[in-house]
Design a protein around this ligand. Sequence first.
Ligand SMILES: [Zn+2]
Length: 474
Amino acid sequence: MRLYNTLTRQTEPFEPQHDRTVGLYVCGPTVYDHIHIGNVRPILVFDTLRRYFERFKGWTVIHVQNVTDVDDKLIQRSIETGESVDAIAKTYTDAFFELLDRLHVLTPTHSPLATEHIEEMIGLVADLMEKGYAYERDGDVYFRVDAFENYGKLSGRRLDEQEAGARIEASDKKENPLDFTLWKAAKPGEPTWPTPWGAGRPGWHTECVVMAKKYLGKHLDIHAGGNDLVFPHHENEIAQAEATTGEPFFRFWMHNGMLAFQQDKMSKSVGNVAQAYEVLDAFDAEAVRYFFLSRHYRKPMDYSDEGLGAARTALGRIQTLVRDVEAELRDAGSSSGESDDAGRAFAESLAEYRTRYIDAMDDDLNTVDAIGILQEIVAATNRFRSDASEEDRLALRAAVELIRELAYPLGLFPESAASCDSIDADLIGLLVELRAELRDKKEFELADRIRDRLEGLGIVLKDGPTGTIWTAAG
Ligand SMILES: [Zn+2]
């Protein structure tokens, strides 16, 4: 597998550092409003990456999706509406998770709220102050960018160039105008927490450092988000994290391109925004997924109803074929007949598509080619089906099974997305049961082989007094 790494500006081989387990941190929303359709892109791209890792690489994924529930925008909204910050945050946090459900994305392993981790953030800021990387002015705390040698390494911005271009504010409390805020002093009416240097609230960049380290531990594999987060957010995360530990933070930084609306960046301030829930009222989740994944995740893309309509039509070709063939096969009953030569040749021809699909996905998540390959299988299957004999038709089962398998990471079939996890659990349960029977029969070699092979897939069996339990390694 190769992935483009923003940090090195190269496409590099990727595999998890520890235990066949990938730590994936995706920066989440600031919950002061509904998310717009552009914010859906990273959600779907990194859900696809996770599904592919789990299903095709056999890796376990620890997926952290945080929620920023204390921030300037929330406070501003509270002032405008008279509602409390807590109430606004609760409303839009609930709306966000409802939206994830509607998009049929896999539930994140952890969805931490910033406000539940304030103590750890205070600890991080205190540590940075103690080590000389941060200083306090009137209750505000700033990161001292001059003290961190590698500042700018992610975004490629050199400090001296930035300084030349930066506007120096007249009454600036900062040592360097590029120093960024770690902690904001309390203002009347704002949510605040006590600290040794006075009450206040954390800055945005500090949250993600704390939550990533807490929930991923040593699995700092991939940190992801939209490419509007490269600077300053991710640059500032790296500075804090690496200044405290002296060790590299995440190995891979992945960023998706922006969604534009008639060539303009979609943003709330411009007002050219389609809310995600409105789009999902008009198009089902699978069409939305197809639409986004039809464009390589790093490229910018343009939003339009026509584009979504075309995605729905193209997806319909895949779904219709699979549903029709599955219905035919059900009606034909569980015939155990053999395919004839033509059927066998067709079934064998499918292997090549699977190989090409994996090559595409391994090449920096090329979902565009992957979707193209799915459409090729559909076209080939339709050609074969139009003049297949009764015996031949059995080979169609292999085709629809392959389509479902390859469509899973892309999430193009709602029912398979929901049921596959439970089938996995059932299959593991079955193997555990078989292994117990083998052990009863003293077939230890075979029993151990099942245990070892499962372990290779990230499933750990533990034998206890009441039988065997299994867990996904993490
Ligand atoms: Zn973040």
